[in-house]
Design a protein around this ligand. Structure first.
Ligand SMILES: NC(=O)c1ccc[n+]([C@@H]2O[C@H](COP(=O)([O-])OP(=O)(O)OC[C@H]3O[C@@H](n4cnc5c(N)ncnc54)[C@H](OP(=O)(O)O)[C@@H]3O)[C@@H](O)[C@H]2O)c1
Length: 267
């Protein structure tokens, strides 16, 4: 029950843009797609998947429950609505999008409701996103060790999350890195550029290969077919120890996403 290490993200992409992006990704060989209720693009993602001709069994679809749907009465119906939009009977992975301490629904309530969604067959696996160590512990206490497939967190060469990733590894919870490219910021980094030149690779490939080598899953998004294609080739780029050490030194706690009321106290 592992999760794929390479998928395509869809944040900020809607309408024909997301249809084109997911269509191109599936043509290029991506088989995992990351969406969320709040992205407002599940129906478009569903259309792109349906029109692709790729068999459902060969695909790994992830969605995320939005904070408005965290109550026991809303979570499962909201996921059923996501499945309708995505034109599928089940998703492969459903995440709690943010811990959202400011939203007034206690963690045990939404984690139990998420476990119910899995028991009902609506999702093959469950997980969390943007959880710190303390909240991940609480989530484990509710659903049980081994039930949480991943914690999807912002993680890039500029934000390496040493404490949290060590904890997740010890708990056998897969790390999914979102915004591995720090929404494009790392692409101008001179150290990454040097490593890219050494391997005749792109800077984006270096950042993605770094995350993959650390055992993380990645879900980079792009509106451009050539970027989707070259990003996928990061799987063939093997960084050496010196490269990994140089990238480790780029840590600067460079967090891009930190919404008030939704984010936890980061570790
Ligand atoms: N769980 C959460 O709270 C959360 C939060 C944020 C994101 N996510 C997920 O993570 C995914 C990835 O994050 P993201 O899309 O925000 O950021 P990202 O993957 O770090 O970066 C995407 C940006 O990088 C550019 N890009 C991609 N490949 C490139 C390449 N090879 N060369 C140059 N530029 C390139 C894209 O522009 P072009 O379109 O021009 O290529 C886009 O502007 C999202 O789509 C979403 O699915 C989850």
């Amino acid at each position: 029950m592992t999760i794929p290490t390479f998928g395509v993200g869809t944040f900020r992409l809607t309408g024909q843009t997301v249809i084109d992006s997911v269509t191109a990704a599936l043509e290029l060989g991506y088989r995992a797609v990351d969406t969320a209720q709040i992205y407002g693009n599940e129906a478009d993602v569903g259309k792109a998947i349906a029109d692709s001709g790729v068999r459902r069994d060969d695909l790994f679809v992830t969605t995320k429950i939005w904070t408005d749907n965290y109550s026991r009465t809303k979570l499962v119906p909201s996921l059923r609505e996501s499945l309708r939009k995505l034109r599928t009977d089940y998703v492969d992975l459903t995440l709690i999008h943010w811990p959202a301490p400011g939203k007034g629904i206690a963690l045990p309530e939404f984690m139990e409701a998420l476990a119910e969604a899995k028991a009902a067959g609506l999702t093959r696996r469950i997980g969390i996103s943007n959880f710190n160590i303390a909240l991940t512990r609480q989530a484990i206490d509710v659903v049980g060790k081994g039930e949480i497939a991943t914690n999807q967190i912002e993680l890039s060469p500029y934000l390496q999350n040493a404490k949290l990733t060590a904890f997740l590894k010890a708990q056998d919870i897969m790390v999914t890195s979102y915004m591995t490219l720090a929404y494009g910021k790392v692409l101008h980094d001179p150290v990454l550029r040097q490593i890219a030149d050494k391997h005749q690779a792109t800077v984006a490939q270096v950042a993605l290969a770094w995350a993959l080598r650390l055992g993380y899953a990645v879900i980079p998004s792009s509106t451009k077919r050539e970027n989707l294609a070259s990003n996928l080739l990061a799987r063939d780029l093997h960084l050496d120890k010196d490269d990994m050490a140089a990238i480790a030194a780029l840590e600067r706690n460079g967090r891009e996403v930190n919404p008030a009321g939704l984010a936890p106290d980061w570790d």
